[in-house]
Structures are given as structure tokens and as C-alpha cells.
Design a protein around this ligand. Structure first.
Ligand code: TYD
Ligand code: MG
Length: 455
């Protein structure tokens, strides 16, 4: 095989150079050079030349036959649901998550459960014996699951051709590298080229692929954003390593909705599906405690249930203290002013502390209603019933303003076991309310919300 050429291309302006450069001399951008393979006549990783004959003829949209996607039942209700009803044949799924959260466990367990489906599990992180130990820990036997420990893209493609599996699992995409590129495994160009090559093999043979991806410090999947663009589905596996619960969310799904989530519990013998998610909430009960309200907020693509805590005490000094952790303090002051005007909260005599639990920084304006409810709850020393959550932006005149993606919020709240949810009245019409599994209470003004919450 002739040695292929690679060049470094500036991802900002497209200038190229035979060597890596820290600063682009053309556009002045820093750290923008990535390695790319130059297509030669014999090896054309990116398709043929312009004039070569087209393989497909364009069709009118009404001439195209609607095909139903074939789905593989993964024998795991949570995973099936998050994927939108099973794994679509020929699709590529990326699962991201922090180290040690259980990504390898989840996929190995899934592979072992799929009796009768030929599976190729490629591990670039663990040795055969480590995988065998994990499999015996999981306690499942499967004669159709092939394991290979390899990190070279070329041999992975050969294994796929030789074994012709019905499902390929790659653990992880960051450990796979191609000989054609000089840069090390896990670099932007390696991740992109390897994912694209595996995708090509998978689409040609109609084999579904599940990739494990590392995430970086900011919590997004390490490597290029293009990785998220080329795959069909992106799942995020998350949770606190010190607790046993893990949440699997779909961030992108070409074959289903992204508002689904799956919940697991990490046990001694693998991950157990959690059918009744309110188990999760009962373990961190704040029953009878005043100053706690649960908000349903959306951060990025995902809906979260966020516990908002507040403490209101009598001010001892001339100027009352105001402190907010994880919430904009100017916005808190505005909400306090609304409270003073609407329910006679005596601003000048009270210290107010606000804390968003879990060290999260909440920017969603829909947090407002929970913030003022928590403050009022602490001030009056009346606890908000557990099982109630709320969402809504509060306007200056005390009106509850509509929020975006209300259905996603409601489905998250009901999935997590809440009974009742206070929402802005403008978000949903009367007849739609009944279709939800939880009691949805529309309100127009803060006074009305407080009547609903505090009775
Ligand atoms: P792992 O799947 O290796 O995480 P990742 O691939 O995301 O890095 O999970 C590792 C953790 O899970 C490890 O700390 C041990 C724990 N674990 C269990 O608690 N029970 C089990 O049955 C298994 C296999 C792992
Ligand atoms: Mg792993």
C-alpha cells in the first residue's frame, strides 16, 4: 500500500501546511490546525472525483417508498426506550460519560444479554482477561459475543469483515487510531477519521455500531463536534460516582425523541434498570423541611429537576445580606422585589440566602418560580410538599410567563416520580392537560401559584 499523504489544515480558514502550526499565518487563529488525509487516486477516503458517474438517480419525494426501520430489541427496557424503541439497524450510536460511570459495563451487559445475535466487542481500553472478569461479575454467558482487544482502525475493519457481526461495540472511539494519520490516538483528526471509516463499513453492511466516547472537563464528548454530527444518536450516561444511580439521556436521536431518559442502579453484579424512578427521590427526602422547592429547568438540551434551597432570617445589621450560589443574584433581587410587592415580604428586614443544590449553575429563567417559592417557604416556615415541582418565569408585575419545551419538562418530572407540577397557564390549553401522567396545574400569577403550593 502506498503511503498516503497527510496535511495540516486550518479549521478556521482552510489554509494548509505540511507541518502543524500553532498559529495560522493566514487568518491568525490559534490552535486551529488539524491533520487530514490527502486523497490520492488509488485511495479516496472521501468519495470519487466530480465527473465520475453518480450511483443514484435523484427521485421525486412522492416516488420514494417509505421504509420502516428495523429495530433490534436490546433486552433492556431503559436502553430501548432511550433509543426510541430499540436499536435501528445500520445506525450509529455514541455513548458519552465520565470515566468510571459505567459505560463499558452497560454495553458489555447489553452484549451478553443478546443471546443469538452475533456481536463484536472491540476494546481498546481493557485486556481480554479484564473483560472476562467483568463478564463473570455480571454473571451472564453468551456464546455469540466475540471480544477483541485492538486499537488499529484497519484491523477493526478487517475483524468486522471477517466475523460479519450483527452488532459492533467500540470501547472507546478515542483509543482507535488509523495508521494513515500521524497524530496520536484521541486527537481530533484520528477520532473524526476513525468514526467516519467505521460508519462507512457499518452503513455498507447494514451493521449497527455503538461507540463509547470519552467526555472532556466541560462535560461534552471529547474530540470534534463532527463526531456528534455523523452519528445518528448521542446518548449521555451520567450520575454521581458516589451514588449508585445513573441516568441515560438522549441528546440527539434521528430515530426517536430526545426527551426520554433511562435510569439505572449500579449493583455489585452490573446495572439494574430502575422501573420506579421515585425510588431515587425518596432516598434524598426533604419532607417537612421549609425553604426547599424543586424546579424543572432545561440546561442545554436536557431537562433537570433542580432542588432550590433558601434561608430567610431576620437581618441583624443595617443592610440585609443577600447571597445566591448557582443563581444570578441580580435576578434574585428582582424576584425579592416582586415578592415584596405581591405578598408583602419585608425586604429591608430580612437576610436571604439562596443555594442551588448539587453545585449546578442554573441559567434557565424557568427557575424563577421555584426560587420565589423556596424563599417564601423559608420565610413562612411552611414546607412545600414533596412530590410537587414547578417551572415558570416570573415577570415584574408578578405574572407567570410561559417557558419553552414544556412537554419535555413535564415528561421529565413524571419520569422522576413527581405527582404535581405547577406550570405557566399560557403554556398549555385546558384540554391538553389530561394527557399527562402527572397532575399539571396551570397558574397565571404568583399569588395563584402560592395558593396552589401552600394551600
Ligand atoms: P465502567 O463500566 O468501567 O466505567 P466506564 O467504562 O464508564 O469508565 O464502570 C466502572 C465502575 O462500575 C467501577 O468503579 C466498578 C463499578 N461496577 C460495579 O459497581 N458493579 C459491577 O458489576 C461492575 C461491572 C462495575
Ligand atoms: Mg470503560
Amino acid at each position: 500500500m502506498a503511503k498516503s499523504k497527510t496535511v495540516y489544515v486550518c479549521s478556521s480558514c482552510g489554509a494548509d501546511s505540511p507541518k502543524w502550526l500553532g498559529k495560522c499565518p493566514v487568518c491568525g487563529e490559534w490552535n486551529s490546525y488539524v491533520e487530514e488525509i490527502v486523497a490520492t487516486k488509488q485511495q479516496q477516503p472521501h468519495g470519487g472525483s466530480l465527473s465520475s458517474g453518480a450511483k443514484q438517480k435523484p427521485l421525486r419525494i412522492n416516488e420514494i417508498e417509505e421504509g420502516r426501520e428495523i429495530r433490534i430489541d436490546l433486552k433492556d427496557n431503559e436502553l430501548n426506550r432511550v433509543l426510541g424503541g430499540g436499536l435501528v439497524k445500520g445506525s450509529m450510536v455514541l455513548i458519552g460519560g465520565e470515566p468510571g460511570i459505567g459505560k463499558s459495563t452497560l454495553l458489555l451487559q447489553t452484549a451478553l444479554r443478546l443471546d443469538g445475535v452475533r456481536i463484536l466487542y472491540v476494546s481498546g481500553e481493557e485486556s481480554m482477561s479484564q473483560l472476562k472478569m467483568r463478564a463473570s461479575r455480571l454473571g451472564i454467558e453468551n456464546g455469540d459475543c466475540y471480544i477483541v482487544c485492538d486499537t488499529s482502525l484497519e484491523s477493526v475493519c478487517t475483524h468486522i469483515k471477517n466475523i460479519s457481526p450483527q452488532l459492533v461495540i467500540i470501547d472507546s472511539i478515542q483509543t482507535i487510531s488509523s495508521d494513515m494519520l500521524e497524530s496520536s490516538a484521541g486527537s481530533v483528526s484520528q477520532v473524526r477519521e476513525c468514526a467516519a471509516a467505521i460508519l462507512r463499513v457499518a452503513k455498507e453492511n447494514d451493521i449497527p455500531v455503538m461507540l463509547i466516547g470519552h467526555i472532556n472537563k466541560e462535560g461534552s464528548i471529547a474530540g470534534p463536534k463532527v463526531l456528534e454530527h455523523i452519528v445518528d444518536t448521542v446518548l449521555q450516561f451520567e450520575g454521581d460516582r458516589h451514588y449508585m444511580y445513573r441516568v441515560l439521556r438522549s441528546i440527539k436521536n434521528r430515530f426517536g425523541s430526545t426527551s426520554e431518559l433511562g435510569i439505572y442502579e449500579m449493583r455489585q453484579n452490573g446495572l439494574r434498570e430502575v422501573e420506579n424512578p421515585s425510588e431515587l427521590l425518596l432516598s434524598q427526602s426533604h419532607e417537612g423541611m421549609s425553604g426547599v422547592a424543586v424546579a424543572v429547568a432545561i440546561e442545554g438540551m436536557r431537562a433537570f429537576l433542580i432542588e432550590t434551597q433558601s434561608l430567610v432570617s431576620s437581618a441583624v445589621y443595617g443592610t440585609p445580606q443577600r447571597s445566591a450560589t448557582g443563581f444570578d443574584s441580580r435576578r434574585m433581587n428582582m424576584l425579592l422585589a416582586v415578592l415584596e410587592k405581591r405578598v408583602g415580604f419585608k425586604l429591608a428586614q430580612k437576610d436571604v440566602f439562596l443555594n442551588i443544590a448539587g453545585g449546578i449553575k442554573a441559567n434557565d429563567p424557568a427557575m424563577d418560580l421555584a426560587v420565589i417559592s423556596a424563599i417564601l417557604s423559608s420565610n413562612t416556615d411552611i414546607a412545600i410538599e414533596t412530590g410537587i415541582c414547578m417551572t415558570g418565569e416570573v415577570g415584574l408585575s408578578g405574572e407567570i410567563r410561559p417557558v419553552n419545551r414544556i412537554e419535555q419538562r413535564i415528561s421529565e418530572a413524571s419520569k422522576l416520580g413527581f405527582r404535581r407540577m405547577i406550570i405557566p397557564a399560557n403554556n398549555i390549553k385546558g384540554e391538553e392537560l389530561r394527557k399527562f401522567a402527572i397532575e399539571v396545574v396551570p397558574v397565571r400569577r404568583v399569588e395563584e401559584a402560592f395558593r396552589q403550593i401552600f394551600g
